[in-house]
Ligand binder design. Structure first.
Ligand SMILES: CC(C)(COP(=O)(O)OP(=O)(O)OC[C@H]1O[C@@H](n2cnc3c(N)ncnc32)[C@H](O)[C@@H]1OP(=O)(O)O)[C@@H](O)C(=O)NCCC(=O)NCCS
Length: 182
């Protein structure tokens, strides 16, 4: 099994299940992403842009299931998917030891420690069960909660791309951060 499911307790005492995604989750994942992606000011997607068909989403998930340097974890509460993290391992030979990741959750689950739990789970897997040596991410410079989380778990800033995002004629910088697993 790629990732052994684990139960974790949030700061408010609720217990969540962290497990690897399955291809059969595709419909649930589409619904889950629609539930937060347009509400968050720090996800660079506009209304209607996340629109995969079921077969397309199944293929995306299959790649995370099959690829040894990739992982897609979900957090579940009472059978509902409430958060995810996806480590997207590079498929080129000379960069197979690297993965970029993204994560997200519904608004009502933020600030309960869930981000810490699901990101730490993914880091532990990458360190102990994969060929990954370098994780990195791109984040809105204004995303204080995200940057605080990443720094807490050891990520360091390594770059800033000015004006990377343009929304409603406002520009936002992007910060790049990395974690060396070696
Ligand atoms: C960013 C996100 C992943 C963080 O997850 P989370 O579950 O809310 O984070 P946690 O509750 O584990 O908190 C992480 C730490 O950041 C701290 N923190 C939260 N908001 C903060 C803020 N505005 N400024 C500074 N620190 C902050 C918390 O206190 C916590 O530290 P602590 O455990 O030492 O108290 C989550 O809010 C999210 O999915 N947001 C929407 C989508 C998004 O921004 N995705 C990331 C794209 S790169």
């Amino acid at each position: 099994m790629k990732f052994l499911p684990i139960h974790k307790t949030l700061k408010d005492g609720r217990i969540v299940l962290i497990r690897a995604v399955e291809i059969a989750d595709a419909t649930k994942i589409i619904e889950f992403v629609h539930g937060f992606v347009y509400d968050s000011e720090f996800v660079p997607l506009v209304e209607g842009e996340f629109n995969p068909t079921l077969p397309e989403e199944e293929l995306i998930l299959k790649n995370y299931v099959d690829r040894s340097n990739s992982l897609f974890l979900v957090a579940e509460f009472e059978g509902q998917i409430i958060a995810n993290i996806n480590l997207d391992g590079n498929q080129r030979q000379i960069m197979r030891h690297t993965a970029v990741f993204g994560m997200g959750m519904h608004l009502e689950w933020q600030n309960c420690g869930l981000g810490t739990i699901i990101l730490q789970s993914a880091i532990d897997w990458a360190r102990n069960h994969s060929e990954l040596e370098l994780l990195f991410l791109q984040v809105y410079a204004e995303n204080e909660a995200g940057i605080a989380l990443y720094k807490k778990l050891g990520f360091v800033e390594n770059g800033r791309m000015p004006n990377m995002f343009k929304q409603n004629n406002r520009y936002h910088d992007e910060i790049t951060m990395h974690l060396s697993l070696k």
